[in-house]
Design a protein around this ligand. Structure first.
Ligand SMILES: Cc1cc2nc3c(=O)[nH]c(=O)nc-3n(C[C@H](O)[C@H](O)[C@H](O)COP(=O)(O)OP(=O)(O)OC[C@H]3O[C@@H](n4cnc5c(N)ncnc54)[C@H](O)[C@@H]3O)c2cc1C
Length: 233
């Protein structure tokens, strides 16, 4: 498989980076081709702006998604976006590696989604969910947390983990068509013992050794909805 890892942690020696390195080691040993976007190391610009277009359709009023459509068609999108888009379209599987920040992704990764998941290729009109532009590709979220496992779930203080990750798993990854694998989560990372952190690295090794066995999350199909996107009777 061709695998892109999008990694977002400001410290190269972090535990999140150790998980990313373990994933690369295991996947490479199996003969997979790996590309890495280490966003902090790349000094990735996360801010979507008019500067993302070398040539504007409308110079007077910025409609970001419309300019994206035109720019990807005419190859006038900013070179840093085009380079990431090329990697994304090359990959069969994309792994997102990051620490949870405020129930979400670090801003640098949010900005990767904003700028790289372009309208016209990744989605557009009614091309989303199982009709999204990236149908056929897989995505896996690998994240670290300060919180403990028992704080997540039905009735738990923070509610289910899937609720916290919904904007990412459903609103972003599934929206553009990815088959989304069950996330890999390392809990309470700064506060646990070295032994427990080692067990997370072992679990990571197991998951990436058997990547074909990770279950997919379930989402609605567009075919269950009518032209106006009301549920089919
Ligand atoms: C802005 C912000 C918002 C946050 N919001 C949330 C939130 O909403 N919910 C939540 O739960 N948490 C939240 N957190 C906490 C954050 O998610 C965790 O601190 C983070 O995931 C921990 O992972 P890390 O890679 O940064 O750990 P690190 O701090 O890098 O590492 C933890 C420990 O692991 C050790 N270590 C490094 N490499 C290895 C290795 N190979 N083997 C064994 N040990 C190793 C390190 O020396 C260190 O002692 C937030 C943090 C910030 C800064």
């Amino acid at each position: 498989m061709k695998i892109l890892i999008v990694h977002a942690h400001p410290e190269a020696q972090s535990f999140t980076a150790a998980l990313k390195d373990k994933a690369i080691e295991v996947l490479k040993a199996q003969g997979h081709e790996i590309a890495l976007s280490d966003l902090y190391e790349m000094n990735w610009n996360p801010v979507a702006s008019a500067d993302d277009f070398l040539d504007r359709e409308n110079e007077d009023y910025l409609v970001y998604a419309l300019e994206q459509r035109k720019a990807v068609k005419n190859k006038t999108i900013a070179p840093d976006i085009q380079a990431e888009l090329d990697k994304l379209l090359w990959a069969d599987l994309v792994i997102f590696s990051f620490p949870i920040y405020w129930f979400s992704v670090p801003a640098i990764l949010k900005g990767w989604f904003d700028r790289v998941l372009v309208s016209g290729i990744c989605y557009g009109g009614k091309r989303f969910y199982d009709r999204g532009g990236l149908v056929g590709k897989k995505a896996l979220v690998m994240c670290t947390l300060g919180g403990r496992e028992h704080m997540f779930g039905e009735g738990a203080i923070h509610g289910p983990l899937e609720d916290m990750l919904r904007p990412l798993l459903r609103g972003t990854l599934r929206y553009v068509g990815f088959d989304v694998l069950a996330p890999f989560v390392a809990w309470h990372v700064p506060y646990v013992s070295d032994e427990i952190r080692q067990s997370y690295l072992d679990e990571c090794e197991k998951i990436f050794t058997n990547i074909g066995e990770v279950e997919f999350l379930k989402f609605p199909s567009m075919s269950d909805f009518d032209e106006q996107l009301y549920p089919q009777k």
